[in-house]
Design a protein around this ligand. Sequence first.
Ligand code: GAR
Length: 233
Amino acid sequence: MSISTNSSQPESVDQNNLPSLIWPDPSPLPRFSHPLHLGVMASGNGSNFEVLVKATERKQLDASIDVLVVNNPDCEARRRAERLGIPCVVHDHRKFSSREQLDQALVSTFKKMSVEGIVMAGWMRIVTPILVEAFTDRLLNIHPSLLPSFTGLDAVGQALKAGVSITGCSVHRVTAEVDAGPVIAQAAVPILCSDDHQRLSQRIQSQEHKLLPLAVAIAGQSWRSQVNSGVEG
Ligand code: GAR
């Protein structure tokens, strides 16, 4: 897919020196009185899941990834969990007769593991109020656009087609409406004349990998402050 506008860009652009902006950026990340207990949901590759695990291992993110749930038994995310030593539960969506039943199974798994918050890191299924309401404000999603632009499927393709100069990625709280919950943090990614879907997706993913631990830490601060003020989710 080619880009329809952006013709005023300089002819040569140093791909390794593009402007970048992540905001808010609370580095160094906050420490908690005890680590956040997190669950992660993934459907495919799982690179964002692995980034979270690595951020906890090097103590950038003060958290423990207690469980990964996947809906595709044969996904790379599951293999990553095995390699990283993270418990993985498979809830194959094909084995449930409705979205609600799948979400009920997710709720049971996450409640059993006593997670404080959940990150949808490439979860490619629409979730229902069953999951959203069981973890109000505690269910996060990463999406490859600057929301509220380009919600839903193929956000990267939508941005290329629209001919915008800047796109990016967002982490937001999940509400019943798809990709519409409050934004926690975003990263901007310039679109180059030379971009195609693959190149742009890769640059967005590198920003996702920086953004996600920051956004989880920001959300964690708000979860802990609710607990400390007696408002528990
Ligand atoms: C990520 O780019 C994420 O933003 C996107 O799926 C990819 C998963 O990559 N999510 C969505 O499009 C959700 N609407 P990963 O499996 O390598 O982490």
